[in-house]
Every structure is written in C-alpha cells, then in structure tokens.
Design a protein around this ligand. Structure first.
Ligand SMILES: Nc1nc2c(ncn2[C@@H]2O[C@H](COP(=O)(O)OP(=O)(O)OP(=O)(O)O)[C@@H](O)[C@H]2O)c(=O)[nH]1
Ligand SMILES: [Mg+2]
Length: 302
C-alpha cells in the first residue's frame, strides 16, 4: 500500500489557447515558453508539482493544428497526439467563447483515445459579457462525455488552485515519479534555448517565429556564473537581418530578456552570447529537426 498519489495530466488543445501559461501557473514557475502567437510550444515538457502526498505531473504539448504542410507541422501534431495515451486525465484547453475547427480536430483525437477529459474554457477574463460563458459551454458539452467542465483564467490564482484541487481525484495511488524538489524533466540547456526562442517570438513579427530554431552550443557552469552560447537558426539571409535588427538592437533586447529569465530559473548569474546563422529548409529536413530537438517519430530527442 502506498499513501502517495501521482499521475499524468496532459494539457492538450489547439495553438495559443494558453496551455503553457496554465502549466507555468500550476507549478508557479515560468518554465514553458509562452507567447501571443500560435505554435510556440514545439516539444513535450513535463512540469512537476508536489503538494504533500500528491504529485501532479503536467504534460505540456504543442498545439494541435491543421493546414501546415511542412515536416515540422507533422512532428508538432504527432508529439501532441502521442502524449495522450500516457494521461490519467486530459485537460482539453479551449478559448472561452471561441470554438474553432481546430478544436474539433483536437476533439477527434480525444474521442479516439477514450480518456477522462476535463474541458477547460480558458481566458474567461477576455469574455466581453459573463453571460456569454454558459451558452458557449452548452454548445460544447454535447460534443463529448466530458468528466467535468471547469472554466478558468490561467492568470487567476484562485481559479488555478481550484483546478488543482479538482485534479486530485484523478491521480492514482502510486509512488512519486520525481523527487519532490524536481520541477521538470528538462535540463537547463533545453530550457535556456526555449527562453531565447520565447523572447525572439515576442520581439518579431507574425511569420518569422516559425522560421526560427535555437541551439545551445555551449553551456558551462563556472564558480561565478553560467556561460551560454546560443545559435539562432533562420531560413533566409533576409531573416537574419531582421533578427539582428538595426545596429543589433533586436538581438540585444532578446539577449537581455532571455538572460534574466535563464538566471532566474538557474538561480545563478548568466552570461549569454547569441549568434545568428542561416540554414535554409530546416523545417523540412529531418536531420536538422532532430539536431534542434525534434524528430519525426514524435519522440522528444533533447
Ligand atoms: N487574457 C488571457 N490571456 C491568456 C490566458 N492564458 C493564456 N493567455 C495568453 O494567451 C497567449 C498564448 O498562451 P500560451 O500559453 O503560449 O498558449 P499555448 O496554448 O501554449 O500555445 P502553443 O504553444 O502555441 O500551442 C499568451 O499571450 C498568453 O499570455 C488567460 O487566461 N487570459
Ligand atoms: Mg504552448
């Protein structure tokens, strides 16, 4: 007999609904990259929260999407869908009041998997009128036998705590999978690359973020600080100019912000150097995708 409870909560949904933001608020740390543009998350990332005898293992996934024709799109979808069978419960995150075709696509995958699914209409703070929530839920609840429907705003501490409480019954009696101090399965190398990519997405115009990949070439811990060299890969020479910005202004801003975030995560000062290189067609090149931590089996490689 064990007196601990531990389970996997897979956070799934179309891009940009707030999955990674929810993960970060569940664990109380800015671990996963978030941005106001779709397809920010590219890998499966675990976020671990241990609360007395409960261990929640949250699984953040890329947004399931339609339309993208490149190899990277297939990999992102595969990574998300292949995470589902591991779930003790799925949080199906949607945007309150804004049901789209891609939500329907996610639902199809959930129907195929026959899992316990909690529907989470997120971003309720953005609803123009509170009374719009109920008709939205009424429309969606018929589509699947949802275990529960729990609307929330990822920025609302009370709502997030309430969700956590409601998740407890789904965690099976089991030994802890991680040490109670662990926050994630990912190492600082991976998280550093994500923090750089996040700042790039925030700094750049709509289309460019898709063309970016970040690789950590050097990660070295010295007595006084961590030394990191990161390479930003773009697809075309013109994009390199944009990433660098006038007199290096964009790159400088990205570097400053990313360095702060990495230092906060590592709890140590960081020296970060950024380089930009062109690798055309990397989004369709399985060798390069693998090099950047993505592979076409949907497995995460870094
Ligand atoms: N107003 C509001 N914005 C939110 C909420 N949750 C997330 N956001 C914002 O929505 C945007 C997308 O959030 P992400 O967490 O990156 O979304 P995601 O579902 O992980 O997106 P992908 O990784 O692209 O699939 C960000 O700008 C967030 O700040 C919320 O409850 N309310
Ligand atoms: Mg995300």
């Amino acid at each position: 007999m064990t007196d601990t409870f531990c389970g996997h909560i897979v956070i799934a949904g179309r891009p940009n609904v707030g999955k990674s933001t929810l993960l970060n608020h569940f664990i109380g740390t800015h671990l996963a990259a978030t941005a106001a543009k779709p397809q920010t998350t590219r890998n499966r990332i675990l976020g671990v929260l241990t609360d007395e005898n409960y261990q929640f293992v949250f699984v953040d996934t890329p947004g399931i999407h339609a339309g993208g024709k490149r190899l990277i799109n297939r990999i992102l979808n595969k990574t998300a869908v292949s995470s589902l069978p591991d779930a003790d419960v799925v949080l199906f995150v949607v945007e309150a009041g804004n049901w789209r075709e891609e939500d329907e696509l996610v639902l199809q995958h959930l129907k195929n998997s026959d899992l316990a699914v909690i529907l989470v209409p997120n971003k309720i703070d953005l609803l123009k009128r509170n009374q719009d929530l109920l008709p939205f839920i009424k429309k969606i609840e018929k589509k699947y036998n949802f275990s529960e429907i729990i609307p929330c705003s990822a920025f609302d501490k009370q709502a997030v705590e309430y969700l956590l409480e409601r998740l407890k019954p789904y965690l099976p009696a089991a030994p802890f999978e991680f040490s109670p101090d662990d926050l994630t399965d990912r190492n600082m190398r991976f998280l550093s690359a994500e923090m750089v990519r996040e700042q790039l997405i925030n700094a750049l115009e709509q289309e460019l973020p898709y063309a970016l990949a970040v690789e950590i070439e050097r990660y070295e811990e010295t007595d006084s600080r961590i030394l990191i060299n990161a390479v930003i890969y773009v697809e075309r020479a013109g994009q390199k100019k944009i990433v660098i910005g006038k007199q290096g202004a964009v790159l400088k801003k990205v570097g400053t912000e990313a360095r702060k975030r990495i230092a906060r995560l590592a709890g140590q000062p960081v020296h970060l150097e950024l380089w930009v290189k062109v690798k055309s067609g990397w989004q369709d090149n399985s060798r390069l995708l693998q090099q950047f931590g993505l592979d076409d089996t949907g497995r995460t490689t870094k």
